[in-house]
Design a protein around this ligand. Sequence first.
Ligand code: UFG
Length: 357
Amino acid sequence: MSSSPYIFITGGAGYIGSHFIEHWARTIREHGLPHRVVVLDNLSNGHFQIIESLDAEFQRQYVEAIIFEKVDLCEFEAVEALFQKYKPELVVHFAGKISVAESVEKPEFYYKNNVDGSENLLLAMRETDCRKIVFSSTAAVYGNYEGDAPIEEGTVLAPLNPYGISKLRIEQSIQLASEEWGLQGIIFRYFNAAGASVTGQIGEWHEPETHLIPLVIESAMNPSGELKVFGRDYPTRDGTCVRDYIHVTDLAQAHILGVSRLNKNEVNGVEVYNLGTEQGTTVLEVIEAVKMVTKKSIQVKEFPRRPGDAAMLVASSFHAKQVLGWEPVHSKIETILRTAEVWHHRLQDLKGKRPGL
Ligand code: UFG
């Protein structure tokens, strides 16, 4: 087995990847994880400013700088060269396109980018005998779950949109790699990642933004803004979709526990964990909560359902709690919204939209 000091973080300049790196630096002493961090990112979703914001904190906590490699996972030779150069021991694979709506418009792009990119990654891992991976999957693999209880990992997988299908295919490739050449994997199915670091230095930054919480905050901050509510006729308590919002730092903590479990060689094959809070919040409830937190009004306009949306996605995270000892601690909706609001202002600064700052 390799004794490389390097760990690869694909998509480390993106939303969840960057929070993982920050959390890694903060908890390094507690967990004693010995690796040097190499970020692989093509900056199509991620932002180099995020890496810069992280780097100062990272060096303070961790001494070593983050190593950044701009690379597209679809370019196999470039990916292979990085594996040959660093021979990482473990990969945390966040990189991927993540918009349900965009995937419905451009399915082929999602299959190429997410699936082909991940296949390249797995091939390069195999070639260099890198046998450990933590993979970011999604609740979208479950599709339209019709039960009342929170969704468990053994639930039938029936994704409704190309984004969910692309993630399911990658999960299957990881399973296959485990059977064929002994890859050890942890797959995390995130429910709705939300909120931002308590430092206010990093957070959600998508161009264009399609996710509910940043858009509701944006509408609250912008008096001429208007929030679109997609669908009032779902079979839910107020007719809008129910989602399980999980703070991004809680997701990051699950990854720390996952990496630690792989490092201790406690994973035999592939383990799959849902990450959510077991609490559902409707679109209208999110809007009301943002009004309370920001003390601002929000103009709302109703639109038809957005294609590809499931009515309700709420996680059972019993398995992650039981095996990993994971417990979400930042995921009260008020905490999510307060951290997202602080980040919203910082993002406006980064985008140069707030004059005088
Ligand atoms: N919504 C609106 N108006 C908006 C944006 C969203 O009404 O302007 C609604 C959506 O229709 C949906 C809910 O808010 O009902 C949440 O939508 P998001 O776009 O914030 O998130 P999704 O649930 O579509 O997708 C997110 C992640 C996926 C993940 C999924 C799992 O982006 O990666 O959560 O639940 F798969």
